[in-house]
Design a binder for this molecule. Structure first.
Ligand code: ZN
Length: 367
């Protein structure tokens, strides 16, 4: 099933303000709220879809990426309503309703919903080559995670009567305040394990190898983390799963290095190539390109191959490839070469004039 455009989901224009986006989400959340549509699967899907759209469009960084790359830019498996559990929605977006009590007045205090336990996150590393970081790539990864074991039998927790929360009333200077905290007996599950197969751990979970595909957007860099909702360990007792956090590591390139969104390449020219000019092939992240070396090229000169760098993840253009020109001075010469060089050395052309010297000195300061 292809995903609907997030702006269409919320029914707002691309130019909508943060406030308009929030209002639109609030309206949909009220319309499709599960308390208002008990047992209605379609309403639940709509509710999740709206929450996912709001999660992206209310976050400036995610919104910018979505505006540029669409769903593909959301990386990590492309997100998906399935990535959001109802608990995530209530815990993440409570604030939408919190400020003016809309939520409370409609649903008699939605905050009373018990917060089921959430599984832990799993961290893995993924190694990418520079070309993969430039173009983006889809990778399949295998890892182990804790999932619900089959055959676990539960009984309702007597301490909290299955709500998973205990209510505590405290006296404060503002008067009496009631707070809900997770039940200490069942750790918020609302139920306790009555019997379980022996492979399962004390939380009723079992380790399983899973394979998942991760879509990595072009422009990622070493050290970045991508997060995939719900791909981490399951929470005990059917609680929401944690996230899979994918840390990007770089595989060094043989000839090219990265500096922010630019690519740096050091080209070594022979003395005669620099003096006479040449046409030379240089490697780039998308294969070789031919560049022209002008006659009289000085060491330290830099050529810029526009747009041959990395795309900016937030849509601020694309980096360049910088080709730094170096001139190789031979470390040993034959006697015949020595005679030739000595002869050339007598020519005034082989010494910079005072004017050139000051120009080259300035050039050096630039790099
Ligand atoms: Zn309990």
């Amino acid at each position: 099933m292809s995903k609907r455009d997030y702006y269409d989901v919320l029914g707002v224009s691309r130019g909508a303000s943060a406030d308009e986006i929030k209002k639109a989400y609030r309206k949909l959340a009220i319309k499709y709220h599960p308390d208002k549509n008990p047992g209605d699967k379609e309403a639940e899907e709509n509710f999740k879809e709206a929450a996912e759209a709001y999660d992206v469009l209310s976050n400036p960084e995610k919104k910018q990426r979505y505006d540029q790359f669409g769903h593909a830019g959301m990386g990590a498996g492309g997100g998906g309503a399935h990535g959001f559990s109802m608990d995530d929605i209530f815990s993440q977006f409570g604030d939408v309703f919190g400020d003016d009590g809309v939520f409370g007045s409609f649903f008699g205090g939605g905050g009373g919903r018990s917060r089921r336990s959430v599984g832990s996150n799993i961290r893995i590393k993924i190694k990418l080559t520079l070309p993969e970081m430039k173009s983006g790539v889809e990778k399949t990864v295998k890892y182990r995670r804790m999932v619900q074991a089959e055959g676990v039998k539960y009984a309702t927790c007597k301490q909290c009567n299955g709500s998973g929360a205990v209510r505590r009333v405290q006296n404060t200077f503002l008067g009496q305040m009631a707070t809900n905290s997770p039940c200490p007996v069942c750790s918020g599950m609302g139920k306790i394990i009555e019997s379980k197969p022996k492979e399962a751990n004390e939380q009723g979970l079992i380790s399983q190898e899973i394979e998942t595909s991760i879509r990595i957007p072009g422009g990622v860099a070493e050290g970045m983390q991508l997060s995939m909702n719900g791909k981490g360990n399951y929470g005990p007792g059917g609680g929401a799963a944690g996230d899979l956090i994918v840390l990007v590591e770089g595989i060094p390139h043989e000839e090219l290095t990265r500096e922010e969104n630019n690519v740096i390449y050091h080209l070594w020219l022979s003395f005669s190539q620099a003096a006479l000019g040449d046409s030379v092939e240089v490697p780039t992240l998308d294969g070789k390109v031919r560049i022209k070396i002008d006659a009289g090229t000085q060491p330290g000169k830099m050529l810029r191959l526009k747009g041959k760098g990395f795309p900016d993840l937030n849509g601020y253009g694309t980096g360049d490839q910088l080709v730094v020109l170096n001139v190789y001075v031979p470390t040993k010469v034959s006697s015949e070469e020595k005679t030739l060089l000595e002869k050339l050395g007598e020519s005034d052309n082989f010494k910079p004039s005072a004017k050139e010297k000051s120009f080259f000195d300035k050039l050096k300061d630039l790099f």
